[in-house]
Design a protein around this ligand. Structure first.
Ligand code: CJB
Length: 801
């Protein structure tokens, strides 16, 4: 949109007056942020209204992306960038004596997700708006987001994330769009005079679902889509006195807090209530919107695509069946055909503990009508498939089995498309986790490699790099990220490579200042910034990285005269509060940091910074400063990874196992520009099949590894007597579930190679450039375009290849 600086300043000062009845000088940074937020809402308002009107008038097919997590990050700067107002606002504020960056960091970062899954959902929403796709997000408005992480004596302590304390400037509460979600009680089908059956309910626990909408601004295309998050409330018509405090609390708790577990199914009734709550409310609002306009639902599949982001929203399948049959009088056959055409499902993990199942007794008690429908889905599945695939396979794959409702199986059976998130992951779904269902529905399985919103992860997070890229290849890449590949022409441009180093140094200085202020650690900007940022999980193997730090520490102590480039090892990672082992690793890293950072013999040659409370905003600070991207999961365990893509796009080289999308990154940027190592997925499966992995053999045969491991229990690292022993035992007594010891040697080899190569800055920056140039392949725009073409069948803005 067009806006002069003068107009902006006038609007901003007026907004301050209206909101606070005082002058600018009398407002806080948060107050200024709020005023800017209101203003941006006003500037964007016509686009938002116009977009919804157009979708309705043109009767466009709409995509509804259901996800129990969304991690959008701060929105002020992103909205300004996408509206084309960032420079105007920044300059205007400067004229008023204000600093935009200070104001924008006063915005709370909504932590409505745990990690990769939730952030992917947010990247995809951003891309849908930017590609002009009629896309809607549907999720939960958690009163408290993911806990705030602080360290006390090196241990993780979790504090509540009261992100709504001061309200939320971006959301609109839409009471007129609220609906009722029913739990529990009794249900029976009553015959009607016309011969049909009507679902009758009694003694249900009714919850009022109220939507809060947030506008998602597309990149300079006048499109604003909607993210709809549901909040649980007391039904308005209810006789308030009839609601005991306990019953009110039971309603409140549904949307009170995000489950803080990543890749692990909680299996608790509250989680199931959360899942049905947002699935039901979302599907009700879709059917209502659609039914109102079309006087019927027969053509639903031509107008609606519902995407199931991991298994958490799988109950959209029986819920849509319920609405079509009970409220719109469809036959089972018609309802089922519509449902399977509408639904598509993404699987995000092969980890068994993340595959959700619910005890039938719990499920039946909480969702009696939905259970009846699942029973019928199960019955029909068995009836249709047993003659073809036999009883054994059908027993293994039916929605109901072993006393459980199996959500992933229900999701596959009720969808027309099932996708994994990187080629290796999709292959493992077909061969291993969902092998049997792949026999039944081979045509449903497909791969959609993950992608990242380059607007946030390059343009917003790394303005110095973005300007440098503009100066070389012009700004087309900002809309067409694939055009970054034209940067390869500058591989031998010495001046450009130096400029890349200068950009990196600027970003390292910014991160260094943060590390200094938060942790009191001074870091050198000429050091290798070696970064591992992701949830703390045994399979992600932060432990392997720890062993390298111990090795480097011992090497300096042994041979103080040997010259190697200085290193800063940077971690960001939250552990699930109940994940004991992960918390022990946190303590280990902090204890090691204490030892290394305060040893005068080490000086500034080696530093360890565990930055607390990692999230989207910290990612935006850390990623642009990274030289090395640690992607070191046990091969086969990381479905895709997305920090690998963000780090690559900012010129970090990957130190990576052949896992998830690392494989594709290595292929895209070229093997010579990354550092790969370790067991392949095939080798890992080989160990499983033969059962012949013996971690102790590696310990016994490698004296250096033995020495490193022994520091866990011999007092070298003070303060970890319990944790050190626990971790040591996990490797040697319990045989190292994630093959850390098997990969140690090849990992260290590549770390040494990195230290060697970094000293040749020209060579290093060529690798960095190759990574940036290849990163366009992993743009979320391209990923979402593929979902649109292959799965949702909706039009989008064309992208260059
Ligand atoms: N993932 O973040 C989660 N949570 C889960 O419960 C399951 C998987 C992650 O999803 C990302 C997005 O697809 C993947 O990149 C990542 O490998 C996976 O662990």
């Amino acid at each position: 949109m067009k806006l002069t600086q003068a107009q902006f300043k006038q609007d901003f000062l007026a907004e301050i007056k209206t909101l606070y009845a005082t002058d600018l000088s009398d407002t806080s940074k948060f107050g200024q942020f709020l005023a800017l937020g209101h203003l941006v809402r006003r500037y964007d308002g016509p686009n938002w209204t116009h977009t919804s009107d157009q979708y309705r008038e043109q009767d466009r097919k709409q995509v509804y992306y259901f996800s129990i997590e969304f991690l959008p990050g701060r929105l002020l700067k992103s909205n300004l960038l996408n509206l084309g107002l960032l420079d105007t606002v920044r300059q205007g504020l400067k004229d008023l004596g204000l600093d935009f960056d200070e104001i924008s960091t006063a915005e709370p970062d909504p932590g409505l997700g745990n990690g990769g899954l939730g952030r992917l959902a947010a990247c995809y929403m951003d891309s849908m708006a930017s590609l002009g796709i009629a896309g809607n997000g549907n999720g939960i408005r958690y009163r408290y987001g993911l806990f705030k992480q602080v360290f006390m004596d090196g241990y993780q302590v979790e504090l509540p994330d009261d992100w709504l304390r001061n309200g939320n400037v971006w959301e609109i509460r839409r009471e007129n769009k609220a609906c009722l979600v029913r739990f529990g009680g009794n249900v029976w089908m009553a015959p009607q005079p016309d011969g049909s059956l009507k679902a009758m309910y009694e003694n249900t626990d009714d919850v009022w679902a109220v939507p809060y909408d947030t506008g998602l601004v597309g990149y300079r295309n006048d499109v604003t889509n909607t993210l709809r998050l549901w909040s649980a409330e007391l039904p308005p018509s209810a006789d308030k006195t009839g609601f005991s405090q306990a019953r009110r609390d039971r309603i409140d708790e549904i949307t009170q807090v995000l489950y803080p577990d990543d890749s692990n199914s909680a299996g608790q009734a509250l989680r199931l209530r959360q899942e049905y709550f947002f699935s039901s409310a979302g599907v009700q609002s879709i059917v209502r919107h659609y039914g109102l306009r079309h006087q019927g639902v027969k053509a639903l599949a031509k107008k609606v695509a519902i995407h199931i982001n991991d298994t958490h929203p799988t109950l959209v399948i029986p819920e849509l069946m319920r609405l079509l049959m009970d409220e719109h009088h469809c036959s089972w056959e018609v309802a089922w055909a519509l449902t399977t055409q509408v639904m598509s499902y993404t699987n995000h993990t092969i980890m068994q503990e993340a595959l959700e199942t619910w005890p039938i007794d719990m499920f039946k008690g909480l969702l009696p009508r939905i259970y009846q429908i699942v029973v019928e889905i199960d019955r029909r599945y068995r009836e249709a498939q047993t003659p073809i695939f036999g009883e054994d396979l059908v027993n293994r794959t039916a929605p109901l089995g072993n006393g459980q409702v199996r959500m992933a199986f229900l999701a596959v059976i009720g969808s027309h498309s099932v996708n994994g998130v990187a080629p290796l992951h999709t292959q493992l779904l077909k061969e291993d986790v969902l092998r049997d269902l792949y026999q039944v529905y081979p045509e449903r399985f497909n791969n959609k490699t993950n992608g990242i919103a380059t607007r946030r992860w390059q343009q917003l997070a790394n303005e110095p790099l973005s300007s440098l890229i503009d100066s070389k290849i012009g700004p087309t890449w900002r809309r067409q990220p694939n055009q970054l590949k034209t940067l390869t022409a500058y591989q031998s441009d010495a001046k450009f490579l130096k400029q890349l180093t200068a950009v990196k140094t600027t970003n390292k200085a910014a991160l260094g200042a943060y590390i200094k202020s938060e942790l009191g650690i001074t870091v050198r900007t000429d050091a290798i910034f070696d970064v591992q940022i992701k949830r703390l999980h045994a399979y992600k193997r932060q432990l392997l990285h720890v062993f390298e730090i111990i090795r480097e520490y011992l090497a300096i102590k042994d041979e103080p005269k040997t010259v190697t480039p200085p290193r800063v090892h940077i971690f960001g990672a939250k552990a699930a509060p109940s994940y004991h082992y992960a918390k022990s690793i946190i303590k280990l890293i902090n204890a090691l940091a204490d030892l290394v950072n305060h040893d005068p013999a080490i000086g500034d040659r080696l530093k360890v910074a565990f930055i607390p409370n990692y999230g989207v905003s910290l990612g935006e600070l850390i990623i642009p400063a990274a030289d090395v991207s640690e992607q070191i999961s046990t091969a086969s365990k990381e479905a895709s990874g997305t920090s690998n893509m963000k780090l690559m796009a900012n010129g970090a080289v990957s130190l990576a196992t052949l896992d998830g999308a690392n494989i594709d990154i290595i292929e895209a940027a070229g093997e010579v520009n990354e550092y790969s190592f370790g067991l392949t997925a095939k080798a890992v499966y080989g160990y499983y099949e033969r059962g012949d992995y013996h971690a102790a053999d590696f310990y016994k045969s490698n004296p250096e590894l033995k020495r490193v491991l022994d520091t866990l229990i011999d007092g070298t690292i003070p303060g970890i007597s319990t944790e050190g022993q626990e971790i040591y035992d996990s490797l040697l007594r319990y045989n190292d579930e994630f093959f850390v010891l098997a990969d140690y040697e090849s990992y260290v080899q590549q770390q040494k190679q990195i230290s060697h190569d970094f000293q040749n800055q020209k060579l290093w920056q060529q690798k960095a450039l190759a990574n940036i140039a290849a990163s366009g392949v992993f743009s979320a725009d391209l990923a979402v375009a593929r979902y649109s073409d292959d799965i949702w069948q909706v039009p989008h803005t064309k992208l260059l290849n």
